[in-house]
Design a protein around this ligand. Sequence first.
Ligand code: FAD
Length: 307
Amino acid sequence: AFDTLMIGGGPAGAAAAVYAARKGIRTGVAAERFGGQVLDTLAIENLISVPQTEGPRLAAALEEHVKEYDVDIMNLQRAVELVPGEAGGEHEVRFESGARLKSRTLVLATGARWREMKVPGEAEYRNKGVAYCPHCDGPLFKGKRVAVIGGGNSGVEAAIDLAGIVGEVTLIEFMDELRADEVLQRKLASLPNVEIIKGARTTEVNGDGNRVTGLSYEERASGELRELALEGVFVQIGLVPNTEWLKDSPIELSSRGEIVVDERGMTSVPGIFAAGDVTTVPYKQIVIAMGEGSKAALGAFDHLIRH
Ligand code: FAD
């Protein structure tokens, strides 16, 4: 059994593992895919003190850093159930493989995934014009034309953010009205380089084989197909936390399915902590996930020395 077991091996889980192992406690990491979303990222330019790196390189560095310590890394293990310990007892995590692991404390760091449009060209041009994170990739489109797909809060925030960096922004919303807060909509409408197209269903991301060159959409009222010439497409139709496996557990989730944590990263169940994109902590970024993972591990250690 472990003192601390991380579920998830992205930036949050890796940081938690390093912090826990440095306390000399029995530490494990079980992850479906060590590296997490970082593996799907190309250029990373906002990990402070590392001006430029690439996803696979950072994922390898995360693993290398964890392996400096006595940490049990169990890769390709998908957690399917959490059984909290009774009255301060060990918590158990069950995996798809049939394996079961016990630990006195847990750090849940299973991350999140961007909801995709699932239209032709989207996967093909991912990182070649198709992007999901304006904080990460906005500066790559300086002076260019981009579309933002989605008129909820995240889409409208992304369009406002991007309008200050790129040349032109076209916001595309499926419904006939934007769903973002009124104050954001007013701000958006005041910007000179933003166009809003409502009632439009994106049908395809177009490209020349190397990069995005445009976007096709159907005007839903008329059924007519139209095309926009542009260099970037930011998909903002939702970030889904990987908490399906916790649905039957007593861990409190927000209405969006994110794990609710306190200021030390503890969940509603004592001894079970959470960190990174899977939690309610806003602004889903690598450097934030690392900080939150470190904090959750320290929280877990603090819990151990008191129980
Ligand atoms: P994740 O990285 O999502 O890791 C989750 C871990 O949990 C993985 O190991 C996963 O396999 C595992 N897991 C999931 N479900 C289970 C389960 N049931 N059982 C066991 N393990 C499970 N951020 C930046 O700061 N800068 C950038 O430039 C940047 N670019 C990005 C580009 C792309 C294309 C994407 C998708 C994201 C980008 N991000 C960027 C966001 C950043 O990757 C995330 O904020 C960060 O990875 C979150 O870390 P995490 O550890 O919380 O979760």
